[in-house]
Design a protein around this ligand. Structure first.
Ligand code: GDP
Length: 304
């Protein structure tokens, strides 16, 4: 049985798969009428142990008041109580009472699995990290754990198409999933992701959330939007982690914050409550500590 409590869900309405894109435009997303609700997974019977760390009582600025409409408000927080100080910089994430110890002291590679049912069978919570090939997944994992060899393990030939479990602080897992959308991948590679990774998401009871990595240095990509929508339709809690936010504007392209805004616009239509999102850079370390804090509050909530 799934240990889910859809605390934040609002009128979940499933909808059929989006049609194949008739044009190159991404505007097809706006035609969806139905809404994906964001959900938060947890074990039953919460017993909060961690106290709020940032509860300053200053009034919201205009920007933050506007941002309230798209904030991710975690369990244990009343939207009306949110102050500027509670919003993690470079994100829409409000820090709540479940945020706690977040730093990574030790990490060990546990195993590579070819099927969801071969994954570790203990009851520890886990976060799955996924994204398009070249999105910066290995760099982000290495930045999170501050070790070079961790994601290198999963880049070894033969392990890139496996589910790789890394045990953090002996208490929770980072799960490195195969990349999707190889530029010139044969259809078979895409199908692989369909059956294999989707099987993981649909069957993994200990999954707290998926971290869906999106490259902020390029415009929204159809394959990322499809992936986000598939996760949403299947009630998989997710956080959008925008990577490469240090990259300067390409000569003709848009800045990372503009690409992020465009992505949000395309996604917004499909959610009653916007999923959490955060800007990161593995080059400058932007967003690293904030992402770990966010993960700690999801984990602690799940774990109570
Ligand atoms: P993966 O295929 O998703 O594991 O991607 P990698 O972590 O191997 O990164 C792909 C490329 O993007 C490499 O050339 C990295 O150096 C570069 N990259 C990754 N993260 C960042 C980032 O935060 N900023 C910049 N500027 N480049 C990055």
């Amino acid at each position: 049985m799934f240990l889910r409590n859809r605390l934040l869900s609002l009128n979940l309405t499933s909808f059929s798969s989006p049609p194949s894109p008739p044009t190159k435009s991404l505007s097809f997303l706006f035609s969806f009428n139905k809404t994906i609700a964001y959900s938060t997974r947890k074990r039953p019977h919460p017993k909060p142990k961690v106290s709020a760390s940032r509860a300053a009582k200053q009034p919201l600025s205009d920007g933050a008041r506007f941002a309230k409409t798209v904030l991710f408000v975690p369990p244990g927080v009343d939207l009306e109580e949110v102050t500027d100080e509670m919003i993690l910089p470079g994100s829409n994430i409000v820090l709540g009472p479940y945020a706690g110890h977040s730093q990574i002291k030790e990490v060990e590679f546990v195993k590579s699995s070819g099927r969801a049912k071969d994954c570790p069978k203990d009851d520890r919570p886990e976060f799955a990290i996924l994204g398009r090939s070249n999105v910066g997944k290995s760099s982000l994992i290495n930045a999170l754990v501050r070790k070079k060899e961790v994601a290198l393990t999963s880049k070894k030939p033969g392990k890139t198409q496996l589910i790789n479990h890394f045990l953090v602080n002996k208490s929770w897992y980072i799960v490195d999933l195969p990349g999707y959308g190889f530029a010139r991948a044969p259809d078979a590679a895409r199908t692989d992701w369909s059956s294999f990774t989707k099987g993981y998401f649909l069957n993994r009871e200990t999954l707290v959330a998926a971290l869906l990595l999106i490259d902020a240095s390029v415009p929204p990509q159809r394959i990322d939007l499809d992936c986000a929508n598939w996760l949403g339709r299947n009630n998989i809690p997710m956080t959008f982690v925008f990577t490469k936010c240090d990259k300067m504007k390409a000569s003709k392209g848009k800045r990372p914050d503009e690409n992020i805004r465009d992505f949000q616009e395309l996604i917004r239509e499909n959610y009653r409550q916007h999923p959490p999102w955060i800007m990161t850079s593995s080059v400058t370390g932007l967003g690293r500590d904030e992402l770990l804090l966010h993960m700690s509050q999801l984990r602690n909530y799940w774990d109570q």
